[in-house]
Ligand binder design. Structure first.
Ligand code: PLP
Length: 404
């Protein structure tokens, strides 16, 4: 039973007002609000457990280590990874992709080899590859999308060559909401011996992800977009790949033995976790995952699918509405413009009505170029949003439109 009113009580920030209006928070693709249980878990750890993790003989250090490693197990089970060795904590999706870009390109690629992404990627799945392209002379290719915002699989296939060494692709677009058929893409990539990285920043909060079922080689996602704290995220990598990749950053925690002559590195996953980890945030993330699981990922997905369907339906009733992203499989993100009203004007005026949406390029300049716009307005949903909030959004858009 999905009791939305009870769920909303878990997020006290949703009760606040802005400009003396009830807050309607529809900027969840940027970051989600945090339930009390996550805040309580982190406060409790700082209050009563805090100590640096790993190698500490004292009680608190062992307790903090236990919580940190239990969080890794929670993440492992959440994505159904085979082993905890395959779960690397990072600062977020961005760092996870940078980790793979740097270590994979350095160890597995030569000048002229290719990485294939798509036209709907976030900058964090473009720029890390461009940095490597500049450094190593690798080539970054991008598969096209159609006017509905669906990936053109035939184009993707045609861009694969014998020099393609990796495909890196968003599971869900943060602008269009398109759910890409990543399982099919992984299958066709594997038939050609190419590994696949899935950017799960916009999918992990919304649907059950099973890395064994997808058979992805890497998966990246961020804690703060799934009700957890900022500054923590995950890179899942198949053990065989992580073993092949060199360390990303050097420092404490990631070494086995250091000498002036030769340094050896820790086993997985610690090889990729230099420095003191954010062990309070990992506990916060695990608490957020358990919170989502207590509601049921299927229930969250069904609720958000219904909100998305309802929002698209309502938006279509607004005169001069231009919707970006009309894929049949779409999730929790609605991007739009109305007539020639600038996205910033729309966003600013909606804000005055208490409605928080995001405006601009959404860290996807190449996609904006493809859509032929400088930016859009984006409403994005989370497990606590309601149809009444969508009604408020639609009424707000009508009101702003009438002003122009
Ligand atoms: N990938 C996608 C699809 C995103 O939407 C985002 C953030 O909006 C990112 C990557 C980057 O996530 P983070 O800033 O948490 O590293």
């Amino acid at each position: 039973m999905y009791d939305i009113q009870k769920i909303r009580e878990d997020f006290p920030i949703l009760q606040r007002e802005v400009y003396k209006k009830p807050l309607v928070y529809l900027d969840n693709a940027a970051t989600t609000q945090k339930p009390l249980c996550v805040l309580d878990a982190m406060r409790e750890e700082y209050l009563n457990v805090n100590a640096n993790v790993h190698r500490g003989v004292h009680y608190l250090s062992q307790q903090a280590t236990d919580l940190h490693e239990a969080a890794r197990e929670t993440v492992r089970a959440f994505i159904n990874a085979r082993k905890i060795e395959e779960v690397v904590f990072t600062r977020g999706t961005t760092e996870a992709i940078n980790l793979v870009a740097q270590t994979f390109c350095e160890s597995q690629m030569k000048a002229g080899d290719e990485v294939l992404v798509t036209d709907m990627e976030h900058h964090s799945n473009i720029v890390p590859w461009q940095l490597q392209a500049r450094k190593m002379g690798i080539v970054l290719k991008h598969a096209s999308i159609d006017d509905e915002g669906c990936l053109e699989i035939s184009n993707l296939k045609s861009q694969i060559s014998e020099r393609t060494k990796l495909i890196s692709i968003a599971h869900v677009s943060n602008v269009l909401g398109t759910i890409n058929p990543v399982k099919d893409i992984i299958k066709l990539a594997h038939e050609r011996g190419i590994p696949v990285l899935v950017d799960g920043a916009q999918s992990a909060p919304h649907m059950k992800i099973d890395v064994q079922d997808l058979d992805c080689d890497f998966l990246a996602f961020s804690g703060h977009k799934m009700y957890g704290p900022t500054g923590i995220g995950v890179l899942y990598g198949k053990e065989e790949w992580l073993e092949k990749l060199p360390p990303y950053q050097g420092g404490g925690e990631m070494i086995d033995k250091v000498s002036w002559e030769k340094t050896t590195f820790e086993r997985l996953p610690f090889k990729f976790e230099a420095g003191t980890p954010d062990y309070v945030a990992t506990h916060g993330l695990a608490t957020a995952i358990k919170y989502m699981e207590s509601l049921g990922m299927e229930n969250i997905e069904a609720h958000e699918q219904e909100l998305t369907r309802y929002c698209m339906e309502q938006m279509r009733t607004i005169p001069n509405m231009r919707l970006f992203g009309e894929a049949p499989h779409k999730d929790a993100v609605v991007s739009f413009l109305v007539g020639d009203i600038h996205h910033l004007d729309m966003g600013t005026l909606l804000d005055r009505l208490g409605i928080a949406v995001r405006t601009g390029h959404h860290c996807a300049h190449p996609l904006m170029d493809r859509l032929g716009v400088a930016g859009t307005v984006r409403a994005s949903f989370a497990l606590y949003n309601t149809k009444e909030e969508i009604d408020a959004l639609v009424a707000g858009i009508r009101r702003v439109s009438a002003m122009f």
